[in-house]
Design a protein around this ligand. Structure first.
Ligand code: 5AD
Ligand code: SF4
Length: 437
């Protein structure tokens, strides 16, 4: 029997990228192979994100576009997964008669039977949240090709309810996996040739805080670091309020821990941070950064900032710019605030004008370009270990990631793929480095 073809589009965060890998692996078990061509696919799946405004319309528009492939009487399954699926549920089936299947964020374990039913013409939506205890056994492990760097989910969900954020509503309550299961998975990955693991969670450093786990996140990192052949450990995304001293200490003495951390501040103004319900102040955020730098002076810090939150004044925005000056991020993801349905902030008046939002975003991005440029040019001349992951941009080059998370291209043979190589940085580009051995 020839294989059926699956075309999948992924939006949003690394959680979704990881879920898409799980989907590909689950559907491989029932005979689906991946294709990048929607026209020939037997099944089209959108793995969606609803974290920012306009997400729902985008999904409805994209589905309308995908529908053209279903014409000519071709039997093609159209499926929606991820956060918009969770949010809209049955509504997607009601509004779009050509959608066959809607699978929520807690329901991937039902996907195989849903697809098999859809092949027989059934239309179904599954978006019930699963309670914590049951969910522990529902982290499907990813089979598939071994690669050098892999995500390992250690926790899911979020209990923080930051006032602007839809995540707790679409991903559900926080749950941490048992450390023994995580370590077992990492050992297997190491045996399959994986050299770097990225510990993944919506709020990864609150791992274990809810009493479901036997160890703290810092201890988990130390245990992962004991595993032979795992050479580098990263984790994402961290919440500043859960950045404990115990975790910061890992950067002092766990040499496998990567020298990069994503620590979203969201704003530099205490008033706005309070309105956002972030649970830390500008001062305590900068204090954590200082502690991180005291144990790892060269640590590369990335972050997220929202501009134009309700009530953000010019003075509040200036505080954000001054926070950026104090931290000096190597990279920053910046977003214009948009109200999300059901969140606390959605009931506040969205009172920062569009012009002011745009102007603030432009100023912030210009400052960030300057900081990225300064940090990266300072690194020219230094030598860093690079995990070589594939061929480079130009013929004769290979490419990999430095300890600070930046891509480095350098002249080298493909036989280097899979190893750590010391590379001297010779030139800094906006998004990568050129190096030489
Ligand atoms: N508006 C704008 N940006 C948002 N983010 C989350 N919710 C919103 C919103 N309502 C941003 C935050 C978060 C990132 C993933 O998306 O900066 O860290
Ligand atoms: Fe959203 Fe805040 Fe949870 Fe991050 S910590 S997912 S911003 S609610």
């Amino acid at each position: 029997m020839s294989n059926k073809l699956l075309y999948i589009e992924t939006f949003g965060c690394q959680m979704n990228v990881n879920d898409s890998e799980r989907i590909v692996s689950l559907l491989a078990d029932i005979g689906y192979e991946s294709t990048t061509n929607p026209a020939v696919a037997d099944m089209l799946l959108l793995n969606t994100c609803s974290v920012r405004g306009g997400a729902e319309e985008k999904v409805y528009n994209r589905l309308a576009n995908l529908r053209i492939y279903k014409r000519d009487g071709k039997k093609q399954i159209i499926a929606v997964g991820g956060c918009v699926a969770q949010q809209e549920g049955e509504e997607l089936l009601r509004r779009l008669p050509y959608v066959d299947l809607v699978v929520g964020t807690h329901n991937l374990h039902l996907l195989q039977e849903m697809v098999q039913a859809a092949e027989l013409g059934e239309r179904r939506s599954e978006t019930a949240f699963i309670d914590k205890e049951q969910r522990l056994d529902l982290f499907p492990s990813i089979k598939g090709e071994s690669r050098l760097s892999r995500f390992v989910t250690v926790m899911q969900g979020c209990d923080n309810f930051c006032s602007y954020c839809i995540v707790p509503y679409v991903r559900g309550r926080e749950i941490s996996r048992r450390s023994a299961d995580i370590l077992h998975e990492v050992r297997q990955l190491a045996d399959d040739g994986v050299r770097e693991v990225i510990l993944l969670g919506q709020n990864v450093n609150s791992y274990g805080l809810k009493g479901e786990s036997d160890v703290s996140f810092a201890k988990l990192i130390r245990q992962v670091a004991q595993i032979d052949n795992i050479e580098r450990i990263r984790f994402t995304t961290s919440h500043p309020k859960d950045m404990s001293d115990e975790l910061i200490d890992c950067f002092a003495d766990v040499s496998k821990l990567s020298g990069q951390i994503h620590l979203p501040a969201q704003s530099g103004s205490d008033y706005v941070l309070g309105q956002m319900g972030r649970g830390y102040t500008r001062h305590s955020y900068l204090d954590k950064i200082a502690k991180l730098r005291s144990v790892r002076p060269e640590i590369a810090i990335t972050g997220d900032i929202i501009v134009g939150f309700p009530g953000e004044s010019d003075a509040d925005f200036e505080e954000t710019l001054s926070l950026m000056e104090a931290v000096c991020y190597i990279d920053l993801f910046s977003f214009v605030y948009s109200p999300r349905p059901g969140t606390k902030a959605a009931s506040l008046s969205d009172d920062v004008s569009r012009e002011a939002k745009k102007n603030r975003l432009d100023r912030l991005m210009a400052l960030q370009r300057q900081h990225t440029g300064e940090i990266c040019s300072r690194l020219v001349g230094s030598v860093m270990p690079v995990l070589v992951e594939g061929e480079g941009k130009l013929p004769g080059q290979v490419s990999g990631k430095a300890d600070n998370g930046r891509i480095v291209n350098f002249a080298g043979d493909v036989s280097l793929i899979g190893s750590f190589v010391d590379v001297k940085i010779v030139k800094a580009y906006p998004n990568s480095f050129l190096g030489e051995r």
